[in-house]
Design a protein around this ligand. Structure first.
Ligand code: RP5
Length: 166
């Protein structure tokens, strides 16, 4: 089993339904991510231990997702020099706006690359991580180019379906 290069961590098992799409997208590019439920609020010691050791453990990118007040991505970014991608999740009464603001509004010096709320963000976090790894992995870069090509072709197919209805 190769050492994971990407970690996908999230605040609760209730986040799995959304974050499964992130893990799935990474696996489609051949990445087998490290996955763990951890919470900046509920088990901060584990969060600190994980993020402090992440680089030494061979990780290259960390995806951190949480709903409500999302402190996870920021707390992890505080403890590691690795790039952190934050996914705000839709949970609680504010449809993810609370998580979006708490993920994106980082103070200068501690960046968190924040993607959109929910499932789209979970998928984009995986794609962003792949793009980062692809900077020094030509095989992955080529797979990403193929992904873009396939996606563009799919739009042409969708257009053809609409044109046929006119
Ligand atoms: C956050 O609180 C989690 O990431 C989750 O989105 C939300 C609710 O958690 P549970 O009460 O379902 O465990 O920390």
């Amino acid at each position: 089993m190769p050492q994971p290069r990407v970690a996908v961590v999230f605040g609760s098992d209730s986040d799995w339904e959304t974050m499964e799409s992130c893990v799935k997208q990474l696996r489609e590019f051949g990445e087998a991510p490290f996955v763990e439920v951890m919470s900046a609020h509920r088990n901060p010691a584990r969060c600190s231990e994980f993020s402090s050791g992440a680089e030494a453990n061979g990780l290259e990118v960390i995806i951190a997702a949480a709903g409500m007040s999302n402190a996870l991505a920021g707390a992890i970014a505080a403890h590691t020099p690795l790039p952190v991608i934050g996914v705000p999740l839709e949970s609680g009464s504010m449809q993810g706006m609370d998580a979006l603001l708490s993920t994106v509004q980082m103070p200068p010096g501690i960046p968190v690359a924040t993607v959109s709320i929910g499932r789209a963000g979970a998928k984009n976090a995986a794609l962003l991580a792949i793009q980062m790894l692809a900077n020094k992995d030509e095989k992955l870069a080529s797979a990403y180019r193929d992904f873009k090509k396939t996606q563009a072709e799919a739009v042409a197919d969708r257009n053809a379906k609409v044109q046929a209805k006119l």
